[in-house]
Design a protein around this ligand. Sequence first.
Ligand SMILES: Nc1ncnc2c1ncn2[C@@H]1O[C@H](COP(=O)(O)OP(=O)(O)OP(=O)(O)O)[C@@H](O)[C@H]1O
Ligand SMILES: [Mg+2]
Length: 251
Amino acid sequence: MSGDTPVLRVQGLQRRFGGLMAVSDVDLAVPAGRVLGVIGPNGAGKSTLVNLISGHLRPTAGAVMIGDADLTGARPWRIAQAGVARTFQIVKPFRGLTVADNVTVAVMFGPARIRSRARARREAEEVLERVGLGGKGELPPAELPVADARRLELAKALALRPRVLLLDEVLAGLRPAEIDPALRLIDELRGEGLTLLVIEHIIQAIAAVSDEVLVLHHGAVLTQGPPDEVLGDERVIEAYLGHRYTRKSGS
Ligand SMILES: Nc1ncnc2c1ncn2[C@@H]1O[C@H](COP(=O)(O)OP(=O)(O)OP(=O)(O)O)[C@@H](O)[C@H]1O
Ligand SMILES: [Mg+2]
């Protein structure tokens, strides 16, 4: 991803939990309108990486830059103001509000600060339509099946009109037929100039949407590069896909 100025840049990022190094010396740079796919086994540090970028965790070392701004250790709201939005792997809607109100609140209180409730509501409806939740605005979030709850996470993030979007397993729980439209949406957002970091376990999905793929293993970067190169790398197959793949391909 050289040649362009990165919108999202992470340098020497580290987070320790007691004796565990959850994220260890991670470097990455994503230019505008590019998608960085992040994969790695369970516990590799993917969500911790997102939490460090979004300000929900403070790094023990290293730096997070958004454009020219050094936002290392800044609070989540400041990082959101700088144009960074994220989804949570464990969904976090306001339970007392309807689906549409959840998104309307994000439109009104996000960096865009749209004061008119009617306008915010219209914008929320558009976002809901876009993520595939059209017609479900009046439901309480608790009534959404898991795939829709993840769509709501995405809608709340998009409502902030971000320039950097961090997606933590938004495709988890989608049926195979639902994955393609979700990938098309990611591609569309990329086309609109959004810079994306996409965590996903579905390798085909990552291969389809990513300009580059970064593999985390035990908190550190195992390798990073174009999807076909990275996904064909022996070390990645061994670390990430593990014995199942090795056995299958060997039989
Ligand atoms: N708040 C925390 N306190 C202590 N340990 C934590 C905390 N958050 C994460 N960890 C540990 O850090 C490591 C990385 O966790 P993380 O959630 O980032 O992994 P992940 O790659 O997102 O995994 P998954 O694919 O299961 O979502 C794990 O060993 C986890 O138990
Ligand atoms: Mg995770």
